[in-house]
Design a protein around this ligand. Structure first.
Ligand SMILES: C[S@@+](CC[C@H](N)C(=O)[O-])C[C@H]1O[C@@H](n2cnc3c(N)ncnc32)[C@H](O)[C@@H]1O
Length: 265
């Protein structure tokens, strides 16, 4: 893996939680108006994942870009507040893991439970080796963290079309399409489609038309949702149109035509 990347710098966001600034990608990991508030809104509340974490339904979550590990900790937090007894699997991919010394310095504002988990995060980064890593985060939360590039993830090649046991929620959280374009292509969204269950929901903070078009080309039904912290919109998509009944759908046919015409190249 790339050992020459510059370690990202810690910055405080407006809700008191830390984010990182990557000079490699010239971008923050989260919305500077609130890392925790943004992640809760985009990935947990808008999608219904917070409700599923309080149910006993089978639940596998897939994240693109482990970053600081905040979404894993938020899962742990929702589980902690629920009476759920059925284990959850959290799968994530990260090509450029942060140093344990950086993880140790993260803080999550006015969230004592999250703050207590900082040593757990530092330990994950300390133990991480290239390839798939398994961690038992709690009796209810298993982490499968792939240290490597998205394109190299072995899980994409082992799922058949008929596999209905796939992931239920996809948290698509790379940097923006401008600086991280390789993670916003139809091929990426096809791979995510291939590891998803029939009712899967994918969410991203991104509202770019090009990203929505790439999702539509990959076969996802796509909709707009209210963005976090003053951002007008975010995007949700699903294999199942019924799952998007509360949202305003985009015109997938038109987006596919525009993609094929080269409007986004
Ligand atoms: C916006 S940050 C993720 C934030 C994270 N979910 C969190 O809550 O802290 C994007 C992450 O994607 C990772 N990344 C970028 N390109 C990648 C690639 N091709 N394969 C795997 N990870 C990648 C970056 O290193 C970074 O950690």
């Amino acid at each position: 893996m790339n050992s020459e990347k510059l370690e990202p710098q810690i910055r405080e966001t407006k809700d008191g939680s830390s984010t990182l600034f990557s000079s490699q990608f010239d971008q923050h990991y989260h919305n500077p108006n609130g890392a925790v508030a943004e992640s809760r809104h985009v990935f947990f509340e808008t999608t219904g994942l917070s409700r599923e974490l309080a149910s006993e339904n089978a639940l596998t979550i897939f994240e693109t870009g482990f970053g600081t590990g905040l979404n894993l900790l938020l899962c742990l937090d929702y589980l902690h507040k629920s009476s759920r007894k059925t284990p959850v699997t959290f799968k994530s991919i990260e090509a450029y893991p942060i140093a344990p010394e950086t993880a140790e310095k993260l803080t999550f504002g006015d969230e004592p439970f999250l703050n207590q988990q900082v040593p757990l995060l530092a330990n994950i980064f300390d133990q991480l080796t290239p390839g798939i890593n398994h961690f038992e985060i709690s009796p209810l939360l298993q982490l499968e963290l792939f240290y490597g590039y998205f394109d190299e993830y072995p899980g994409f090649s082992t799922v058949s079309e008929a596999d209905n046991t796939g992931c239920h929620f996809i948290l698509h959280d790379p940097f923006s399409p401008e600086v991280n374009p390789e993670l916003w292509t139809p091929d990426v969204f096809k791979k995510l489609f291939s590891v998803s269950s029939p009712q899967a929901v994918i969410a991203t903070y991104c509202a770019a038309t090009s990203a929505r078009a790439a999702m539509a080309v990959a076969g996802w039904n796509v909709a707009r949702a209210k963005g976090a912290l003053g951002k007008r919109e975010m995007t949700v998509a699903s294999k199942s149109a019924d799952k998007l009944s509360l949202f305003k759908r985009v015109n997938e046919k038109r987006l596919k035509e525009r993609f094929e015409k080269g409007d986004f190249s």
